[in-house]
Design a protein around this ligand. Sequence first.
Ligand SMILES: [Zn+2]
Length: 373
Amino acid sequence: MRSHLTLGRMFGVPIGVNLWVGLVVIVLAVSLAELSLPAIAPGHPTSAYWFAGVVGVVAFLASLVAHELGHSWVAQRNEVRVLGITLWLFGGVAKLDGEATDPGSEFRIALAGPAMSALTALLCAAGAWGTWRVGGSEVLFGLFVWLAGINTILAVTNLIPAFPLDGGRILRAVLWRHTGRRIRATHLAALWGQILAVVIALVSVWLIFSVAVWSGMWILALSLFLFAAARAEWSASRPAPELLEMPVGEMRRHLPTALGPTATVADVQAAFDNHPTAPFVPLTGVRSTTDSMVTRDGVARIPPAQHPVVPATSVAEPLLALPRVDPTESVGSVVARLGQGRNWWALMADRDGRLGALMSSDVAGVLEMAAGD
Ligand SMILES: [Zn+2]
């Protein structure tokens, strides 16, 4: 969801709003000032309801931010970076940089939002109780009751196990832990998400024609959005065996230019610094052919203070030991040859003779997507 306007940062996370929030703000302010508050605390001037209505809408937006900050805080604690929080038509979205790496983190990140909303609901209920105890304003009491209610709704509806709602993510985490297969778990959770979205749509149609037209329409819109989102995730997590036909050249890691026979370990370290994804640095020997390599482990064996004086050749290993792959060879063929589930490195030479590398971890993601695991 795109942010049209950035409001600021909280805990280092940028918070923005999508223009759709304007619609939510207007509808909520009108319904609070004209319907909800007069019903909870009757007999006050219209200006009091409208003042409380505007305060209520701001507090509601703050509740949405609190929910997303709950997700963000736990995500950051589980080493998933948060790019930002956006408020839009159907609440808030915390945009994460990548996904949780294990089902436990996924579970905790998903649960943190509803937990935060439940906590906010409790605080608002305490506020209502306190206002009532000291005989404070009835309108303020009404506002606290409404906020407690809406945060309870936020906590409960987000726990519906319809992916991509939080409840659906929790379901995916449980399936992931149970099967050990992340993509397969996503596929199942997204399938179930589509089914639930259809059920919610049917309920909303019933609402439209029986008790609450506007709430029904809003829920119908939400269910259509949920269905589309679940469907997109479902088809993205489908097994894609055609990926095995992909040439491995696309996954090639660039290697630093080969260092000469007089290079030191410090030179190797500098080459690694310039090529952060390179698994090793090639060395040319006396015959000026590329015949050995220094790995990161090799560099680590030498104490840093000695890097400038220790020759790189003293920690070099033969390059001939590595299997070779052609950039045009398919992922399927390479894996059949070098083994799946094993750790391997391979050398990849271009047509112009430039060296590259391929690691088993580079093709692991493609294998996962191909099998739908
Ligand atoms: Zn959430």
